[in-house]
Design a protein around this ligand. Structure first.
Ligand code: GDP
Length: 193
């Protein structure tokens, strides 16, 4: 996929602010610091369109990015950051649930998890939540470059088993550093667009 155009259209907190419904959409979810911004930036070949930040848990809006005038990437704020208050977690939950429950143009969700470790409890909950809405999930396992080639198969298996991944879903190991997995990720996402 050659990305010629990518721009943020709106940061929304509720349905009334979502853009119109004439384009298909892919959501991106993952725990804070998993590498979601780095994934978006690598996929669209921009250094810094999606903010990579060392302060996890900061963005609490749904960020809609228009890509090639033909579809949206929707950056869902990260979860699992310990320093977030109960009130903030609840607000996050309401916003995210409203989005996944009602957004008809949503075709698939990219769930980012860290390739280095087994999925967290929050990752498992998020995967089940997405499957509850019968959404196709593309699992992107980030920071692949940090794991030795000889150990990669084992890590993949641990993630597959922990998620109890459904047959229709895939796990794509990915590195924002080296670009590994980028073509595979685009090929998969194109199926939904
Ligand atoms: P976000 O909070 O999910 O948006 O995470 P970021 O994209 O801001 O990444 C969090 C940290 O992980 C940053 O220091 C990134 O440089 C680093 N990071 C993200 N992806 C990769 C990757 O594929 N490989 C390596 N080595 N580091 C990564």
């Amino acid at each position: 996929m050659k990305v010629n155009q990518a721009e943020i259209v709106i940061s929304a907190v509720s349905k009334a602010q979502y853009p119109g419904d004439q384009f298909p959409e892919i959501a991106l979810a993952g725990r804070s610091n998993v590498g979601k911004s780095s994934f978006i930036n690598r996929m669209i070949q921009r250094k810094n369109l999606a903010r990579t930040s060392s302060k996890p848990g900061k963005t609490q809006t749904l960020n809609f990015y228009m890509i090639n005038e033909s579809f949206f990437f929707v950056d869902v704020p990260g979860y699992g950051y310990a320093k977030v208050s109960k009130k903030e977690r609840e607000a996050w939950g309401r916003m995210v649930e409203e989005y996944f429950k009602t957004r008809d143009t949503l075709k698939a969700t990219v769930l980012l998890i860290d390739f280095r470790h087994p999925p967290t409890e929050d990752d498992l909950i998020m995967y089940d939540f997405l499957k509850h809405f019968e959404l196709p999930v593309v699992v992107i396992a980030t920071k692949l470059d940090k794991i030795n080639k000889t150990k990669r198969q084992k890590h993949l298996k641990v993630i597959e088993e922990a998620l109890e991944i459904e047959p229709e879903d895939v796990i794509i190991p990915f590195s924002a550093e080296t670009g590994e997995g980028k073509e595979q990720a685009w090929n998969k996402l194109k199926e939904f667009l």
